[in-house]
Write a protein that binds this ligand. Sequence first.
Ligand code: ATP
Ligand code: MG
Length: 723
Amino acid sequence: MSLKELNKVQCRAVEAVEGPVLIFAGAGSGKTRVLTHKMVYLIQEGHYHPENILAVTFTNKAAAEMKERVMKLLKTDTLPIAIGTFHSICARLLRNEAKHLNLSPSFAIYDVQDQIDLIKVIHKKLEVHKDILTPNAARSQISYLKNKMIMPSAQLKKARTRLENKLAEVYAAYEISLRENEALDFDDLLLYPLELFDKAPEVLEKYQNIWKYILVDEYQDTNRPQYFFITRMAEKYENISVVGDDDQSIYGWRGADVTNILDFEKFFPSCQIFTLEKNYRSTEQILDAASAVVTHNDKRAKKNLVAANGSGELIGLFETRDELEESDAIISALEKEIKLKKRTFNNFAVLYRTNAQSRALEDNFRRMGIPYNIVGGIRFYDRKEVKDVLAYLRLVMNLKDTISLRRVVNFPPRGIGAKTMDKCVEQASLDKVELFDVLENAEKLPIRGKQSEALESFFELIKKYYDIREKLSACELTRALVEEAGILHHFKESNDPEDAERLDNVNELLNSIDEFCLKMPDSPLSDFLEEVSLLSDIDHWNDSDNRVTLMTAHSSKGLEFPVIFIAGLDDGLFPLYNALESKESLEEERRLFYVAMTRAEERVYLIYATNRRRMGGENLLGMPSRFIGEIPDEFLERIEFQSAVTHRVVGGSRVKQTRVEVTRTVTSFDDFKVGDMVEHSIFGAGKIMVLSGTGENQRVGVVFKDGTKKKLIVKYANLTKIT
Ligand code: ATP
Ligand code: MG
């Protein structure tokens, strides 16, 4: 095979086919490329048959891409090679060997929601009150314990407090229940093989003889069970290559342990270590700036990484006022890059620290007609807690909406189950009235007094807001309703860490309605609901893959893009406020920032906001991220930004803080008609094909010269008529 696509050290790492190999090197130095070429080399040079190779990657997507690349290099369209994530490889192995563990080969795999539902049943049986331990909290704690390989008996022994005792009890019952349900959770997929190898060493040996060569990517993010899986599998032949970078270890919170790299050397004392010192991804400015930041970490191995791609441009830095202006700044830079450098949408990725930040970005991208994809997780308005609040609003607007009614009648929990609702439905059809109306006289129903009281007070609540819906502005109505329904209280009182994120998302939704009211003070709530529900329409309108990618910094691991925006670089957001408490977690945030920066090939833009409206506001310090301060000034270019949005500070007796009012200046606003030729700042010239609404509410569907179709809100799209 030709190794001309590799440098000298990379070649040596590929050609080291005997014995353990550790490739320990910085971002973009070609670690993944070495693994890919090594697979090809092993096969092509006749060292191993494809079926004797096991390759482990961090995501299924990475596995698919790696396999495709290997097949291309081997010029074949089938490849009987085991490439996958730890979870997928282990699941396959367990299905084949289930009998050794008295397990049904058709075992179910429980996801997070299934786990929570199961724990709810256990809570009921063991009479665990959610004030002591919520099912969500129990789930994440159990998972943490399993990742650390602490079994229920061990947890019980070391339990001191009432809470720890309860958790141990629930954990033990949970394990039994999983078995009864013939189900494995995600953590079991990694733990069961280890149990299997202990119980049936001959099975381990069988796989050792199948997978004679093992390759592992992103080794720094393996947890303890994964470490044991790999070392046990490799202990017979010791033919294994792992690649990793301690500076990119970002899953400590999930039990990943960077000491696994150091322990690799201990476990395999004969291992050869290669360090790759050329970075082929990023320009010098980007690489040196990112390296300057990560050297502030004490716990790291020193590295010498040099950019192979020349100096490049400075790191762009935007100071913005708030998340609205932040997204405007991103769009303006994106527009310039497209115009001046002829880039396409898929050249860009916007990275952020928390999922809740995607909302403001999505809103603005949608208004401007910029196509985007959100990686990992559901879109903001599709999140359950966000949908629940929207369902309240929909119900208040339309009492006949039974879907929304069902969605929220027991949220926050009021003790109203499916059976009670069935009785309500029966009664409604007997009395020939609307489902909602049945709730008014719930005492007539064959249900317990407590439940009928709960139904009646739910009725009162909704009816009250229905009656005043036109007297309040959209934001006043929403805030009051969310408060009175007890939604904020419900999440605030929970001790489940995931509820903190849900609370953030609800606050984000409230922010978005505030912004809507500031922009369009006279528009009713129904307009907001319509705007939100239009989301999917616009998505369907253009289904090309040429889109900007929005994702968390965590999801960006291993990927690369010509241009990277890192949004939300406010101290307290990135790094997260909670992470400031310990040196360890601050260092993990810094590594995450390093990962984010090193995704970029040619250009990085950093953006922070001085007055971000978010998360109840309490956690933000109003200062740029300390990581920006750790970049030497010579790498930074502060970009003056003229927003299309003009800010006017208004004080007022009703608002405690000084508030920033946002008014969008519409420069070229006109009433358009079908057939008009228009110019858009990004898409260029196009023709209006469809049109709806007038004035402020006018929307147009435009086909642009390159065939792109777009649905745009005229007010935001800055279209100019051309002849
Ligand atoms: P990360 O740390 O982000 O996982 P990595 O070390 O795995 O990065 P790769 O993704 O393998 O790095 O490589 C980074 C980029 O550099 C890729 O675009 C890859 O194709 C390119 N590259 C790697 N080695 C070479 C080489 N010898 N010559 C030219 N390009 C290379
Ligand atoms: Mg890689």
